[in-house]
Design a protein around this ligand. Structure first.
Ligand code: NAD
Ligand code: UDP
Ligand code: UDP
Length: 354
């Protein structure tokens, strides 16, 4: 058996990232909806490298093939172009349900589609989980807390969401997705896990999805003004994507069916973020010819409507019940992300004349 394992590992080692060998009883068939997106593609990497069989289902609205192309052709990997609003019939053991646009400009672009994805899409995945007896983990969000009146936010808080505001398609969509999970759990015995994910950043975030980290890094790299919406006194707490992915896998394989916050509790104002990113890009500027910090100023633009003013996770539950906490320091994660975006800019520049 050892030889067989070595042969298998060798035959794949040149072409693919290293994959652990798992015996059949430990190897799971795992569906990741939205697996070609930012978080989903990192989750795909972890589960593939852990030796599982991974099927990615994505309609490529905000995701892209390039995020998972390094697995295409691997015998444990499958990529299906499919919209979760349509029913899906496959056989799996676990479902990580991430399909949904996630950045405010993306989810506001077509609010009806965002609602359909989070409601009908989640219903379909729960119907699938029920039929095949799979466990489903929902990628929910800190947005279920809305513009919170409780700080920091713990899982007991019911939230403060404007049901008819511009963010409602996403916030209420995710709230009803949670409701559906618990209805299927109570009525049909489906095993569910609900992760309330707080702001996350890292490589493979979309260049132009309008989130604050990608905006500020790109602006600083290109010597453009950093656009702060409102006074910049609103706060967020950002976690690096590898911490989130570890938390998602721990939660899926735990016995905790109630919602769990996953986020980094280190809270900063948006203005502090702008200054920090400016200074990190400046320190890294010898690494790339695309950095011209001197022109980057901070520009104040009008406040976004219904923008949550303070957000910070209370992660005591994840810490106590999963033994989880973020381990990547903010500056280290930001430096990696700055490197990624600077490579992406170079890639774009090199390809634009082809
Ligand atoms: P993303 O936009 O990179 O990924 C979402 C993926 O879902 C994309 O690949 C997209 O093409 C796919 N998708 C969208 N609609 C679909 C549909 N109808 N059918 C099939 N695929 C569809 O965003 P992300 O940051 O990776 O977010 C992943 C999940 O995590 C989302 O559910 C999001 O709500 C949640 N989340 C993310 C954050 C964060 O800060 N990144 C915070 C809270 C919650
Ligand atoms: N569904 C799916 N794949 C499956 C099973 C169900 O996509 O393997 C969809 C199905 O189309 C349905 C939804 O999930 O619309 C909810 O399924 P459920 O069995 O709970 O409801 P029903 O089909 O009884 O209305
Ligand atoms: N923001 C900003 N400038 C930008 C993009 C966002 O000041 O170019 C602010 C935004 O108003 C919000 C915070 O940064 O207060 C986080 O925004 P993001 O869209 O990243 O995430 P979310 O609002 O969903 O937390």
């Amino acid at each position: 058996l050892r030889e067989k394992i070595r042969d298998l590992e060798q035959s794949f080692s040149q072409k693919y990232p290293p994959v652990k060998f798992l015996s059949e009883k430990d190897r799971k068939r795992i569906l990741i909806t939205g697996g070609a997106g930012f978080v989903g593609s990192h989750l795909t990497d972890k589960l593939m490298m852990d030796g599982h069989e991974v099927t990615v289902v994505d309609n490529f609205f905000t995701g892209r093939k390039r995020n998972v192309e390094h697995w295409i052709g691997h015998e444990n990997f499958e990529l299906i172009n499919h919209d979760v609003v349509e029913p899906l019939y496959i056989e799996v053991d676990q479902i990580y349900h991430l399909a949904s646009p996630a950045s405010p400009p993306n989810y506001m672009y077509n609010p009806i589609k965002t609602l359909k994805t989070n409601t009908i899409g989640t219903l379909n995945m729960l119907g699938l989980a029920k039929r095949v007896g799979a466990r489903l983990l929902l990628a929910s969000t800190s947005e279920v807390y809305g513009d919170p009146e409780v700080h920091p936010q713990n899982e007991e808080y019911w939230g403060h969401v404007n049901p008819i505001g511009p963010r409602a398609c996403y916030d209420e969509g995710k709230r009803v997705a949670e409701t559906m999970c618990y209805a299927y759990m109570k009525q049909e015995g489906v095993e569910v896990r609900v992760a309330r994910i707080f702001n996350t950043f890292g490589s493979r975030m979309h260049m132009n999805d309008g989130r604050v980290v990608s905006n500020f890094i790109l602006q600083a790299l290109q010597g453009e003004p950093l656009t702060v919406y409102g006074s910049g006194s609103q706060t967020r707490a950002f976690q690096y994507v590898s911490d989130l992915v570890n938390g998602l896998v721990l939660l899926m394989n735990s016995n905790i069916s109630s919602p769990v916050n996953l986020g980094n509790p280190e809270e900063h104002t948006i203005l502090e973020f702008a200054r920090l990113i400016k200074s990190l890009v400046s320190k890294a500027s010898d690494r790339s010819k695309y950095m011209s910090l001197s022109r980057s100023q901070i520009q104040f633009l009008p406040e976004a409507q219904d923008d949550p003013q303070r957000r910070r996770p209370d992660i005591r539950k994840a810490n106590m019940m999963l033994g989880w906490e973020p381990v990547v320091p903010l500056e280290e994660g930001l430096n990696k992300t700055i490197q990624y975006f600077s490579r992406e800019l170079e890639h774009q520049a090199n390809n634009q004349y082809i």
